[in-house]
Design a protein around this ligand. Structure first.
Ligand SMILES: CSC[C@H]1O[C@H](OP(=O)(O)O)[C@H](O)[C@@H]1O
Ligand SMILES: Nc1ncnc2[nH]cnc12
Length: 292
């Protein structure tokens, strides 16, 4: 049996988790570089919870500057089994106006200047991303949301753009016509890396705006986003408190195998593996490399 440890990545507007008790700050040194900031490690109602502010305190880091590999590696080292991403996003759907919490089930990755894998030369691995969100974790988030009086939208596609500029009108119209639901700048490669690290991952995409496609709304600005963000952030913190209270204390096996994603993913023969890369993978792939 593995002990459940809930990880929370706070996005824009979420730089702290007030309900966290017995907190200690830990600066984890990762072989993948510097995480966004110190981990805040504590518990909520007895459940171990680890919080990381994606953009760091004061929103110091832009989406392209975040070291996603170091963040996921640090969370893995802290024992995180289940990871919830709290993320601001724009919406392409009338039925998902600002204030809506969308529990997305798909991602499209349009980022192009980020390290997106722990693997590569010296140890090649191909994990499945067909179903990037862990359904059981998402169901638990949905139940916690409902218990807090939030009516989440279940399912949707989050397109991740590079940013930091918002989309052009033509891009926004294209994404809408392609049937995507929401847009943000951070959940990729985060979700890919969580999968490689065998951490169950789910996103609460909190709508702050209609991007720029909507004929009756002005193009998005940071000032508008911040206004909506603060309300969303308060609700998100309540959601997390409820989720933690009701979370099982033993990690539940993921029905789609997110927590065993490396079982059939490594293709490089043992004799062709790079010992230096294997060393760096001690946390992420320790289960299959025999390091943990
Ligand atoms: C402040 S608006 C744009 C910014 O907000 C979102 O961040 P996060 O996903 O960390 O909540 C979006 O992805 C952009 O980084
Ligand atoms: N419209 C938008 N585009 C990209 N990221 C966002 N984050 C919040 N709103 C966004």
């Amino acid at each position: 049996m593995t002990k459940a440890v809930l990880g929370i990545i706070g996005g824009s507007g979420i730089y702290d988790l007030p309900g966290l008790e017995n907190v200690r700050e830990e600066r984890v040194h990762s072989p993948w570089g510097e995480p966004s900031g110190a981990l805040r490690i504590g518990d909520i109602a007895g459940l171990p919870v680890v919080f990381l502010a994606r953009h760091d305190k004061g929103h110091r880091l832009s989406p392209s500057d975040i070291n996603y590999r170091a963040n996921i590696d640090a969370l893995k080292r802290a024992g995180v089994t289940d990871l919830v991403s709290l993320s601001a996003c724009g919406s392409f759907r009338e039925d998902m106006p600002p204030g809506t919490f969308v529990l997305v089930d798909q991602f499209v990755d349009r980022t192009h200047r980020r390290e997106s894998s722990f693997f590569g030369k010296g140890l090649v691995a191909h994990v499945s991303m067909a179903h990037p969100v862990s359904p059981r974790l998402r169901d638990r988030i949905a139940a916690a949301a409902v218990a807090e009086g939030i009516e989440p939208k279940i399912g949707g596609t989050y397109i991740c753009m590079e940013g930091p500029q918002f989309s052009t009108y033509a891009e926004s119209m294209t994404y809408k016509q392609l049937g995507y639901s929401v847009i943000g700048m951070t959940n990729m490669p985060e979700a890919k890396l969580a999968r490689e690290a065998e951490i169950c991952y789910a996103t609460v995409a909190m709508v702050t705006d209609f991007d720029c496609w909507h004929p009756e709304h002005d193009a998005v600005t940071v000032a508008d986003i911040v206004k909506v963000l603060l309300g969303n952030a308060d609700l998100a913190k309540r959601l997390v408190a409820r989720l933690a209270r009701d979370f099982p204390r033993e990690h539940e096996a993921c029905p789609i195998g997110s927590d065993r994603a490396l079982d059939n993913a490594l293709i490089t023969q043992p004799e062709a593996r790079d010992p230096e890369l294997i060393r760096k993978l001690d946390a992420v792939a320790g289960r299959v490399l025999g390091k943990r």
